[in-house]
Design a protein around this ligand. Structure first.
Ligand code: ADP
Ligand code: ZN
Ligand code: ZN
Length: 731
């Protein structure tokens, strides 16, 4: 028999199938194998098996060995891989990599075992004891310990008593040793809050609607409407039917509560897949799913590739979150993969959000998706009242602090009552750009061509793209002036000013600076959840689905910030952000409040979010995008060219543009826009960046295929070309 093997080397020249003799290796479809390749050995995947090869038998090499006892990939995985390869025009090797934790491929992690000791049952304990020579106290102690406690890890016996005593008893045949697998379990203590509750009427209707529909469902439920409970009960039913489930969350370290609830409800049946785990933890959790020991895979976007068979349900929580779009090759959209996986396995797909993406909601209104709505918070709790603070008016009245009068007053009330508050702002660091007041010089990163940010705690300038650090400026390098201005407001400055206003309040800060290490988010959220602090100040991270019952006030410092991005989705992002942050307030018994600070109180996007009017926002947004041909009423293609050598980048851009122009010629009427240019950020990590931008209203599929082709053909060792479809940010 012949195995069709994809070798694990992701360069496009090798994107083909190689034939190997299976011999006695035992390889089957889906096996990971070690094969000879040129002068070396390499890892590969068996994607199929056949009787004969087109190559002469004697020229074929044989598989050296199979890596895992069970094939790592299922048949369904392979079909999904084929779909991804075709859809995103990537090599099979790079697609198959998505299906395994990266550490597994290098062969560096294995399952961990330990030696356990029990008493032999061929001799009675009393006989053993009486046979010991006088003074063999340690051996006696070991025997007694095992008699009372049963099976024990050898390392523990060695440490507690002595290795010599254990060996001596072994030699006498009194002890039996066995090798057992030990699991490395991530977030061991994370469990709780998953008590089963009686569903509200709306929740029940939602569950029924999802179960009775054969389409994917958009579960649109206001913040605090109890979407998680709906997911839990859906999972419960699927497990009862003997099937398995995947639940995706934007970022597990930001939403520990969700995992905590799942684990307290389903225990060891849940496995967590998450980039922050140690290699060993990832390996063990992955195998628990693959072996069928765990039935529920939970994690960020890559958990869509969880090695589960018999899949009955896929949930994408907070489906509007940007983290569901992959930013490295293959640049997949999680929803597209989930749709295909659900189709292949006959699983149900549920997309949940209080603020669905415009394109998702459009599908729900046209009937492509089933729509299940929950319009009320659990137990009829009211949505928080949103108070607008017009910051232009504040300045006119002489208030130049980052806080409006209303926010200061509400903060005082909240703290007086012993409640908690969350303060949200869009930036991190102490201040924004560093500008020379004399000549307008702006301090920039040498590798990235973006403005540097001043971080007061460390007293350095940082690049937010590559993390390079620079000394603070004492004088302008261009004109020598010492009049350097550190403008803007960042999280750190907000904390400092808050502390001055409320000297006794305990304030926590959460942004990329305070959460560098793996457990950073957890610690801050946990402390805040345990009411060890009064105010949490943070960036986007505080907007995620947290459920803190004591939070009754949310302050949004600069609601306009994201309105002015040049991106066609900036209105949508702003609406989502405001609604999500506001949704953290008043989730328990006491009504919540939100103070929203803005320089443009009449902005229609803000008006819709203040009244929680998604429909109104959606209608307006669709009208605007339809009239100007923006997605979802068109497609945006961005063909990126990146190289460390500027000239190579420019030449490649020229070739790409020539080829793209032919496509443009063939489909002339389909293009709304077509041009080449420098990328907005001209350089990142020393790579020069150029782009071709196109907006297309019809014949999209054919044009996309051609653009993918151009990108793939021009990519080489010196230059990277890739295609982005409807990119969520165009930096
Ligand atoms: P969402 O994800 O929609 O924002 P959550 O799932 O976090 O909302 O639920 C909000 C709160 O309501 C949680 O504290 C949750 O435990 C509680 N809750 C959910 N469903 C019920 C129910 N049926 N009965 C009582 N409390 C519930
Ligand atoms: Zn200057
Ligand atoms: Zn940089």
């Amino acid at each position: 028999m012949i195995a069709k093997v994809i070798v694990d080397i992701a360069t496009s020249e090798l994107d083909r199938i190689f034939d190997y003799k299976i011999g006695y290796s035992g390889a089957v479809q889906g096996s990971r194998v070690i094969v000879p390749f040129g002068k070396f050995k390499t890892e590969g995947f068996v994607i199929g098996v056949k009787e004969t090869s087109d190559y002469p038998e004697e020229k074929l090499k044989s598989i050296i060995r199979v890596v895992d006892e069970v094939p790592a990939l299922t048949k369904e995985n392979l079909r999904l891989a084929e779909f991804i390869k075709n859809k995103y025009h990537s090599s099979m090797a790079s697609v198959l990599r998505l299906f395994l934790p990266s550490e597994m491929r290098t062969g560096k992690v294995r399952s961990k075992t330990a030696t356990y000791i029990t008493l032999s049952d061929t001799v009675s304990v009393s006989e053993m004891i009486s046979s010991l020579r006088k003074g063999a106290d340690k051996q006696l102690a070991v025997l007694e310990f095992l008699r009372d406690n049963g099976k024990t890890k050898q390392s523990i016996l060695n440490e507690t008593f002595s290795a010599g005593a254990v060996t001596a008893l072994k030699n006498k045949g009194f002890l039996v040793a066995s090798e057992e697998k030990i699991l490395r379990t991530p977030y061991k203590d994370l469990s709780g809050g998953g008590e089963r509750v009686k569903l509200t009427k709306e929740q029940e209707l939602a569950v029924n609607s999802i179960e009775n529909s054969d389409k994917p469902t958009l579960l649109k439920g206001v913040t605090g409407s109890g979407k998680t409970e709906v997911y839990l009960q859906l999972i419960e039913r699927v497990i009862k039917d003997g099937k398995t489930a995947i639940m995706l969350v934007p970022e597990i370290s930001l939403t520990p509560q969700t995992f905590s609830r799942l684990r307290s409800r389903f225990g060891d049946k849940c496995a967590i897949l998450h980039s922050g785990l140690s290699a060993g933890e990832k390996f063990d959790e992955w195998w628990r799913l693959r072996s069928g020991e765990a039935l529920i895979g939970v994690g960020a976007r890559s958990a869509i590739f969880a090695p589960l068979e018999n899949l009955g349900l896929i949930i994408i929580d907070e489906e509007h979150d940007q983290s569901y779009e992959s930013e490295s090759n293959p640049r997949y959209v999680t929803e597209e993969i989930a749709l295909e996986r659900a189709k292949l396995s006959g699983a149900k797909l549920v997309l949940g959000s209080a603020t669905p993406n415009v394109h998702t909601y459009l599908k729900a209104t046209t009937g492509e998706y089933n729509l299940a709505e929950m319009k009320e918070r659990v137990n009829g709790r009211p949505m928080p009242e949103i108070i607008i603070a017009d910051m232009k008016e504040e300045i006119r009245r002489g208030n130049i602090s980052p806080f409006s009068v209303a926010l200061k007053q509400e903060l005082k009330n909240t703290l007086d009552k012993g409640n908690q508050a969350i303060i949200f702002l869009n930036r991190r660091g102490y201040s924004q750009k560093v500008i020379c007041r004399e000549c307008g010089y702006v301090a920039k990163c040498l590798n990235c061509d973006v403005a540097l940010h001043y971080h007061r705690a460390e007293s350095v300038l940082k690049c937010h793209f590559c993390n390079s650090q620079y000394h603070m400026l004492t004088a302008c390098p261009d004109c020598g002036s010492v009049s350097i201005n550190y403008t803007g407001t960042g999280t750190q400055k907000v904390v400092d000013e808050l502390q001055q206003l409320f000297p006794t309040a305990k304030i926590l800060r959460m942004d990329n600076d305070t959460t560098q290490n793996k457990e950073g988010h957890f610690k801050i959220l946990k402390e805040f959840g345990e009411k060890k602090a009064d105010i949490l100040v943070g960036t986007q991270m505080v907007a995620k689905g947290h459920d803190f019952p004591s939070v009754t006030l949310v302050g949004i410092l600069d609601a306009d910030m994201s309105l002015y991005f040049s991106d066609y989705r900036s209105g949508e992002r702003t609406f989502q952000l405001v609604t999500q942050v506001a949704g953290r307030s008043g989730r328990a018994d006491e009504k919540g409040k939100v103070v929203l600070q803005t320089y443009s109180p009449k902005n229609p996007v803000l008006s819709s979010s203040i009244s929680y009017d998604y429909e109104n926002f959606f209608k307006r947004e669709c009208m605007v995008r339809k009239a100007s041909y923006f997605p979802p009423f068109s497609h945006i293609l961005r063909l990126m060219v990146e190289s460390e050598d500027e000239e190579t980048a420019i030449n490649t851009l020229k070739s790409a543009f020539e080829k793209a122009r032919e496509v443009y010629g063939n489909y002339h009427g389909s293009f709304i826009y077509f041009d080449k240019m420098k990328s907005p950020v001209k350089k990142i990590k020393n790579k020069y960046r150029f782009q071709i931008l196109a907006r297309i209203k019809d014949n999209y599929q054919a044009i996309e295929d051609e653009f993918y082709d151009i990108a793939n053909r021009l990519t080489s060792k010196k230059v990277l070309c890739y295609l982005e479809v409807n990119p969520s940010s165009v930096s």
